[in-house]
Design a protein around this ligand. Structure first.
Ligand SMILES: Cc1cc2nc3c(=O)[nH]c(=O)nc-3n(C[C@H](O)[C@H](O)[C@H](O)COP(=O)(O)OP(=O)(O)OC[C@H]3O[C@@H](n4cnc5c(N)ncnc54)[C@H](O)[C@@H]3O)c2cc1C
Length: 460
């Protein structure tokens, strides 16, 4: 090592302080480990950032998570007193799908599924036969074909397509169920049927811990940023280096040397036994220069969709009633927005009394081009869609924010199998190195929390 570096030693270096890295850090601290987190940005949280402004609290990234596994439950228990979990109101199951430019309620049970106009009569009968249809044999069948085969075309167009837009801003023709929706894939593979498999899983007993997994939609009092702030505190803020640039990791004497620069250009080197990366696939080439090009290509081929997020607030709402989660727009409807979340209807204090806060999404896999629009063009689209779809006569918002995400959500396509096996190989080849983050193990917040804990446990 040369002398112009400031040198330190630790046991574990975590790269990235988004939800994954923060959760890993929270658990490393809980397990009394010695570690340092390096984060490129000046603040922790990654894509999760909430802003309070003029009586509104809006999100710049994800808006809601799901209490979808036991680690989410445990994490919020750990953070009691530091961050208040807020679950969506009683109206959370009121969700709408646009059909022929009109909002139709998404069926909430078998009775609604029979009467809904979203699905064709033929497909309603077809669904009755779903448990008797043979399981697919192609592990790389795409989601569109999978759903058409089991449930029918109208179910694909007016249930799964908008669902995928809501979760992935994605396209069912691109996503592979085995990688993107493994629970769904496993239902068919294990039980031979989605309906039969769900029923049999429901019948299986649950541990007291599993019973706490409510699958409720959550945010936090004052927005999701409260969660990442609480994690930053609980993990020990002195364990973090923010504004760490030009990070580069090199294997060294059975461990690793991690070098980086701070914002003043000072150079640092950390000698560590283990390294856990939680950064995006696109950043790995620079950070892990010792990985050979063919392995890197298999990881970097992951497609991240571009998304434009709009936070739109009104002090006095004068459009249609906003009661529920919000609405999603199937691709067939050919609109310029993907959907709208009624944030002030779901959670407390998101807008002034009598006002409204909307979160609108544009772009996604099918309309990656929209990210290039300038602010005036985006505003025009928002105005037109709010007038036509939300019954607003005048579009004069009191809050209007445009947040562009150039690498928003990874799309687990057919290349994912090679990515997962390459990561596994690299982790075997380089003991002590873990490559986590949303390039594997799921993209949702609950997935990130679950993986964050696993990364910490694996490093013990
Ligand atoms: C617009 C949007 C909406 C979403 N909506 C939802 C939703 O409603 N529900 C849901 O469950 N999920 C949602 N998601 C997905 C979910 O938010 C993410 O999967 C999750 O927050 C990602 O956390 P992460 O820590 O893995 O990654 P990130 O948040 O991306 O964090 C990675 C961190 O690594 C840092 N980093 C990157 N490169 C380097 C480098 N070279 N050196 C050092 N640090 C680096 C970054 O600055 C960042 O802080 C949404 C995502 C987006 C973008």
């Amino acid at each position: 090592m040369t002398n112009n570096y400031n040198e330190t030693t630790t046991d574990i270096v975590v790269l990235g302080a988004g939800l994954t890295g923060l959760t890993t850090a929270h658990y490393l601290n809980k397990f009394n480990q010695k570690f340092i987190v390096l984060e490129k940005q000046a603040q922790a949280g990654g894509v999760i950032q909430s802003t309070a402004e003029n009586g509104f609290i809006y999100e710049n990234g994800p808006n809601t998570g799901v209490v979808g596994n036991t680690t989410v439950v445990e994490l919020f228990e750990d953070l009691t007193g530091k961050c208040e979990l807020e679950v969506g109101g009683d109206n959370v199951n009121k969700r709408f799908i646009l059909k022929n430019a009109k909002w139709e309620p998404l069926p909430q049970g078998p009775k609604d599924a029979i009467t809904t106009t979203l699905f064709s009569l033929k497909d309603k009968f077809r669904i009755l036969g779903e448990p008797f249809r043979p399981a697919g044999k192609d592990p790389h069948e795409n989601l569109a074909s999978f759903v058409k085969r089991r449930m029918g075309k109208s179910f694909l167009n007016y249930a799964i397509d908008p669902f995928i837009i809501g979760v992935y801003a994605g396209d069912p023709n691109y996503l592979i169920p085995k990688y993107a929706l493994p629970k769904l894939y496993d239902l068919e593979q294990k039980y031979g049927s989605l309906i039969g498999g769900s029923f049999r899983k429901k019948m299986q007993g649950k541990t007291p811990e599993e019973k706490k997994v409510t699958r409720k939609v959550f945010s936090c009092a004052n927005g999701l940023g409260s969660l990442t702030k609480a994690l930053y505190q609980s993990a020990g803020s002195s364990n973090f280096v923010l504004g760490a640039e030009n990070i580069s990791v090199h294997p060294f004497e059975g461990g690793y040397i991690v070098s980086y620069q701070n914002t003043n250009g000072d150079l640092f080197r950390i000698k560590a036994k283990k390294v856990i990366s939680t950064v995006g696939a696109y950043a790995l080439g620079k950070i892990l220069p010792f990985i050979d090009q063919s392995a890197l290509t298999k990881i970097e081929s992951l497609l991240y969709t571009k998304v434009i997020e709009l936070a739109i607030g009104f002090n006095h709402w004068q459009g249609q009633e906003l009661d529920g989660f919000g609405g999603l727009i199937p691709s067939l409807e050919k609109r310029d927005i993907l959907g709208v979340l009624y944030m002030s209807s779901l959670f407390e204090h998101r807008a002034p009394e009598g006002g409204a806060l909307l979160s609108i999404f544009m772009g996604g896999v099918r309309r990656q081009d929209l990210i290039q629009l300038n602010d005036a063009e985006i505003t025009r689209i928002a105005e037109r869609e709010c007038r036509e779809l939300l019954g607003l006569k005048r579009f004069e918002p009191d809050l209007f924010k445009i947040i562009r995400h150039n690498r928003a959500i990874p799309q687990y396509g057919v290349e994912s199998g090679a990515r997962f096996s390459t990561i596994h190989l690299l982790e075997t080849q380089y003991p002590g190195l873990q490559i986590g983050g949303n390039l594997r193990n799921g993209i949702g917040m609950a997935d990130r929390i679950k993986q964050g804990k696993e990364l910490a446990l694996n490093a013990l």
